[in-house]
Design a protein around this ligand. Structure first.
Ligand code: B16
Ligand code: MG
Length: 217
């Protein structure tokens, strides 16, 4: 049966969380409060708008709609400055190994990300050609843990949801994959991502026999 693979972007393919953090921290500091790396954990897999709502909650700030919109733009402009400098050296270890294997087996691959900047990032690091479809923050209306992003990806790949495998680093992302009735593969801390069907610290722990086994399921 035809299988499909769906990759989250941030925390799975590249570590852009550090750039999101720096941009949010700058905004928080400008508004007069601190924003820690620990608090940034809550932002993983979460939309830009929702992140700003949480940030303002942390700072105890009530914003007008105009301020809110301005700060969204300001954060993104700072983030884009970091993205601008990205190259292939920022691809997380052994990710290309898995992409290369899937390509060779002609298995369709999609991106399923909450980011509105997903495509330029893939372009910057040179991985765009591997992806048959990109489903990102521009094409979804419901955020993870809603399964929408992955269901659209499966549909675009022409693969049944239950025959899709999802790599995710965020709890909400694992839940979204599970809600879509796909097989979820957690990348990161297995205690945090305990709801995943499979867990790996990172792609260096994934050998190609595992991928081969999934393709035979
Ligand atoms: P943007 P993912 C998510 O990417 C990030 O984890 C999250 O921290 C970020 O706020 C979100 O993208 C939106 O990003 O501001 O670029 O639209 O993990 O779903 O690939
Ligand atoms: Mg992620």
């Amino acid at each position: 049966k035809k299988k499909g693979f769906i990759f989250d972007l941030d925390g799975v393919i590249v570590d852009t969380a550090k750039y999101h953090y720096l941009a949010w921290k700058k905004l928080a500091n400008e508004l007069g409060f601190e924003f820690t790396e620990e608090q940034n954990e809550m932002f993983k897999g979460v939309s830009r708008k929702r992140c700003l709502e949480i940030l303002l909650d942390i700072g105890g700030i009530e914003a007008t709609q105009k301020e809110f919109d301005t700060w969204m733009i300001e954060k993104n402009e700072d983030y884009l400055e970091y993205i601008e400098k990205m190259d292939a050296s920022e691809i997380l270890p052994d990710v290309p190994k898995v992409l290369e294997y899937l390509k060779a087996k002609k298995v369709p691959i999609a991106l399923g990300s909450a980011s509105k900047n997903a495509k330029p990032i893939l372009e910057k690091v040179g991985l765009l050609p591997y992806f048959d479809n990109i489903v990102d923050g521009n094409s979804v209306s419901k955020a993870k843990p809603d399964p929408e992003v992955f269901l659209i990806a499966a549909d675009k790949l022409g693969v049944m949801p239950k025959d899709c495998f999802v790599f995710e680093d965020a709890v909400a992302g694992i839940q979204a994959a599970n809600n879509a009735e796909m097989t979820s593969i957690g990348i990161g801390d297995s205690d945090i991502l305990a709801e995943a069907d499979y867990n790996f610290k990172d792609f260096t722990e994934i050998d190609l026999d595992f991928i081969k086994k999934l393709l035979q399921l």
